[in-house]
Design a protein around this ligand. Structure first.
Ligand SMILES: [Zn+2]
Length: 324
């Protein structure tokens, strides 16, 4: 009998969008699709959206002659990668805590399913097919709506004893204070954390506090205004970037990864963000880390889908005789 090519359906559940794709064992993305996440409609609706995408892609894969062997999921929130359930989540996914994510999708798909936090999935994708491919260890930090991180050691994401490892956004930052010396409130309920100064929404808040014009300015708007020479926009973007750079430099001293990969929408703002970020990062590094490679993520929106698929390929047991 001719062996068939295996594939996994990778799924990325975020606060605004749920994406999924057919990924083969060599890491090639054959097809993908996405739908808006019904983020405030409750876990049943969020799961139904993911199941709909998975079922559609399973059918496409089989029509194309591929054999789906598992489902891999990256999701926003704290995800227990051992059982694929949601430990906790912010309000961006209403009621998501406690959802048996992998068990539900696996049952609906009729396949083994595995889940991990979406930043770990992003890192696994970049480490398999992207910016850190082949690196013995890598630290990824994503600066976007939130600030997240992930460390890969020996090919696997370090998720910690309570699934919390990688929450770079909740490091204390000396930048996360207002002019009166009060710690800025953080999404985790605490204050003075990196995410409260470096995330996209935090840069928008900072821009307003500094006297910037416009209630609805997003970090993207602010980076455009900074590029056009608006001093307040440049100041807000620079402070966010310096805060992130200082924290990532400190983490590099702690972890000594082979390389650092930076992703997320805020980091896509270009050199007005990257230059102060890198200067602040390099200023923190101990001498033996002077040559540390720090590079942008390259897989874009597909990274977490590809990385979630890698997680599933690493975990699933496929009978040897059908392996390709
Ligand atoms: Zn926090």
């Amino acid at each position: 009998m001719q062996p068939v090519q295996h594939c996994v359906i990778g799924v990325d559940i975020g606060g605004t969008k749920t994406a999924a794709g057919i990924v083969d064992a060599a890491g090639m993305l054959h097809a993908s699709a996405s739908r808006p996440t019904p983020a405030t409609a409750g876990p049943a609706a969020i799961l139904a959206t993911a199941v709909g995408l998975v079922e559609s892609l399973l059918a496409q894969a089989r029509t194309a002659g591929l054999l789906p062997v598992a489902v891999g999921i990256g999701s926003a929130g704290v995800i227990d990668a051992r059982n694929g359930s949601v430990v906790s989540a912010t309000d961006s996914l209403t009621g998501w805590a406690g959802t048996p994510l992998a068990a539900h999708l696996g049952r609906e798909a009729g396949l083994p399913a595995y889940a991990v936090n979406d930043v770990h999935a992003h890192n696994l994708g970049e480490h398999w097919q992207g910016a850190s491919a082949g690196a013995p260890s890598t630290l990824l930090v994503a600066v976007g709506t939130g600030v997240g991180g992930s460390l890969i050691l020996d090919g696997a994401a370090h998720t910690g004893e309570r699934a919390v490892a990688g929450h770079v956004g909740h490091l204390a930052s000396p930048y996360a204070y207002d002019d009166a010396g009060r710690a800025l409130p953080c999404s985790c309920g605490r204050a003075g954390h990196l995410e409260a100064i470096a995330s996209g929404p935090s840069i928008s808040n900072l821009y307003r506090r500094l006297g910037g014009d416009g209630d609805a300015a997003t970090a993207r708007d602010i980076s455009v205004r900074a590029a056009a020479g608006e001093p307040v926009a440049l100041r807000a973007l620079t402070l966010g970037a310096e805060a992130a750079g200082q924290a990532v430099g400190g983490l590099a001293n702690v972890l000594d990864p082979a390389m650092v990969v930076i992703g997320g929408g805020v980091s896509a703002a270009g050199k007005l963000w990257w230059n102060p970020f890198l200067t602040a990062l390099r200023a923190e590094l101990m001498d033996p880390l002077a040559g540390l490679p720090v590079v942008p993520a390259v897989l874009g929106a597909d990274a977490a889908v590809v990385g979630a698929a890698k997680l599933a390929f690493d975990r699933v047991n496929v009978p040897e005789e059908t392996r390709v």
